[in-house]
Write a protein that binds this ligand. Sequence first.
Ligand SMILES: Cc1cc2nc3c(=O)[nH]c(=O)nc-3n(C[C@H](O)[C@H](O)[C@H](O)COP(=O)(O)O)c2cc1C
Ligand SMILES: O=C(O)C(=O)c1ccccc1
Length: 383
Amino acid sequence: MSYGNHVQLKVYKEQEQAVVPVSYEELEAAAKEKLEASPYYYVAASAGAEVTAKSNQEAFNQWKIVPRMLRDTTNRDLSVELFGQTLPYPVLCAPVGVQSIVHPEGEIASARAAASVGVPFISSTASTHSLEKVAAAGEDGLKWFQLYWSSDREIAASMVKRAENAGYRAIVVTLDTPMMGWREKDIENAYLPFLMGQGIGNYLEDPVFCSRLAKPPQEDLIGAVTQWSQVFGNPGLTWEDLQFIRMQTSLPILLKGILHPEDAKLAIEYGMDGIIVSNHGGRQVDGAISAIEALPEICEVVNGEIPVLMDSGIRRGADIIKAVALGAKAVLVGRPYIYGLALAGDAGVKQVLRNLIADLDLTLALSGRTSVRELDKSLLRKM
Ligand SMILES: Cc1cc2nc3c(=O)[nH]c(=O)nc-3n(C[C@H](O)[C@H](O)[C@H](O)COP(=O)(O)O)c2cc1C
Ligand SMILES: O=C(O)C(=O)c1ccccc1
C-alpha cells in the first residue's frame, strides 16, 4: 500500500473520533453556533466591508495548480529549514491574542496542541495567559514570540527579555496594528475583549508594565486596563526604532504585516531576519491587497536574502502549496485553529492542524511533487 493511502487511512480513522468538522466553512459555522455573538464576531469579522478578508481567500483561485504525472511520489518530505531549525511542515500557528474569549484554556490549550503536532506556536503579546505559562504548555515544541511594540519602549524591551528567558526562538514584530482597524461588528456589539480585562494577562505579569500602575491590578483592574489602552500601540514608530529591539536580543527578528515591496527592501536594509507578508486577516485596512497577491512581487525583490512567510486566508492544503510555490518559506494559520479551540479545546486545535497537514501532503503528492522545497511557479498558472 502506498504512503498516500496510509495518510488517508489515518485521517479516515481519526474521523471516528472527530471533534470538529473537516471543511473550513462548516468549522466556522459550528463555532458560530457554539459561541456568543460578540466573541464569535471578534474572531470571524474583519475591517470595513470585509472586501480584503474575502479577497484573501478568493485571490488564491486566480492561481491554478497544474499537476504532473508519473513522478514517483511514494516518499515525501514536508519539512523546511528556518533559522537553523527544521520545521516538519511549512505551517505555524499565527499569533492570536485574547484566546480565552473562545475557550477558558485559551493559548495554553493551543500551544499544547501545536507542540503535539509539531507546529511552531507564535505567542501574542496580547495573550490571556503569560508568555511564560504559554511556553510551559508548549513543552518542547518550537515557540516564537509576537511583539506588540508598546508606546513605552521599556515594556517592549521587558517582553522581549522575558520571551528570550522563557525559551522563545524568534521575535515577530507586528507592524500593522498600532491601533485597531474599523471593525464594524465589534463596534455594533460594543465589544473589545481587553477593555473588560480579558486578554491582558500577559501584561499584568510584566514587571515593567506593573511598575507603571498606581495600584496593583488585583486592587484596580480598571486602572490597569486604562494603562494598557495607553501603552498598547505605538503609531509613532519608524524604521529607525527597529535598532532598539535589535539591541535587546540576539534572536532572529521578523516583521509581520509587510505588503509593499519597498517595505520588504527596507526590512533587509534595516537588518531584519525575515518578513511575514500579511494583512492581518483583513482586520486592519479594508481595501488592502490580499496577501497572496502581494507575495510574488515581494519574493522577487527579497530574492532569497531573508525568508518570506505569509498569512491571511490559508484554509486548505492547496492554499499552502500555492503560497510556497509563489515563494513563501512557510505559512501561518489564524482563524482555522481558533475555531478548533472554540469547539473542542486542545483536541480541536490538534485536529484542525492535522487535517490541514494531511490535505497538504496529499495535494503535494497528487500534484506530482515529493518535497515542499521543490515547489516553484512551474506548478502554477495564473488565470
Ligand atoms: C481573533 C484574532 C486575534 C489576533 N490577534 C493577533 C495578535 O495578537 N497579534 C498579531 O500579530 N496578529 C493577530 N491576529 C492576526 C493573525 O496573526 C493573522 O495575521 C491572521 O489571523 C491571519 O489570517 P487568517 O485568520 O485568515 O488565517 C489576530 C487574528 C485574529 C483572528
Ligand atoms: O484583534 C486583533 O487582530 C489583534 O491583533 C489584537 C490586538 C490586541 C489584543 C488582542 C488582539
